[in-house]
Design a protein around this ligand. Sequence first.
Ligand code: PEP
Ligand code: MN
Length: 338
Amino acid sequence: MIIVLRPDATKKQTDHLVAKIKELGLKPWISKGVERTIIGVIGEEDIIRVQPLEVFPGVEKVLAILKPYKLASRDFKKENTIVDLGSGVKVGGQRLVVMAGPCSVEKEKLLIEIAKKVKKAGATVLRGGAFKPRTSPYAFQGLGLEGLKYLAKARAETGLKVVTELMDLRDIDMVVKYADMIQVGARNMQNFNLLKEVGKTKKPILLKRGMANTVKEFLMSAEYVLSEGNFNIVLCERGIRTFEDSTRFTFDTSAIPMVKNLSHLPIIADPSHATGKWGLVGPCAKASIAAGADGLIIEVHPKPEEAFSDGEQSLLPENFAKMMGEVRKVAEAVGREI
Ligand code: PEP
Ligand code: MN
């Protein structure tokens, strides 16, 4: 349910209402808009329904949010959420954010070389997995802590922000310590315990869409993080499983404007995993920006044939720079900038 306050509601009236909501065992989430404040009330539907919250002074109206996701919905918050990664890197505003780097963190020197190149081409966030969700237990699983340290070194040398995946709750403190943004991968989109724990941190979260999940389920997963008090969520469309097998997954471009309609959260696109083919990354990156994405996450490797993972979908640094030039033109055409 959402409580819309009158434009002239006082702080005292708001505090009184918030105290009452808490007393009922419900959770109030305050969203201060330009014109008025909205309070999202989360908790047992039955308690909410019988409370005459509209009689409180300062309240204009009380509305039910019919969607199963509440805090993630546009009904709760009209304005776009902007997620601040620090050092001026903000996802969800007019400026697009491009995250780029290798699939896996491999060697320190190589990571720093890639970081410098993607930065030069316009990326502001370095990606790289230290904990890798691999289909085969015999495939490279990631460098773990060592990899996180390389990412921190690359950040110190380039000023790029760092996004890296957290797969296991046991590693959360380590990842929080080294990363600027925690990635929850497609395979963990419905790992609800993981979602709750990252929700308790205040770190920005990159939540990737599960390969077999609907947009509604995607937003329900975001709701898990939001309901723990972390509003710093960036969603990521990374392709879904369909009958089509000429690409690794099927890039669901329409999910981008769909999410924008349903939610205030920013969404970026990952054309690398969506297509699995480096030659399709640029065209799908441009399509994403045209469709309203707030940024991109792109795999880049100078020797794709030697990459520990996902070489086939990794762009050479020079091709990444070329792609950025083309994406910039699309961005301008839709009133955005990089
Ligand atoms: C990744 O970003 O390296 C990754 C494994 O992505 P996804 O979870 O989307 O497969
Ligand atoms: Mn990958």
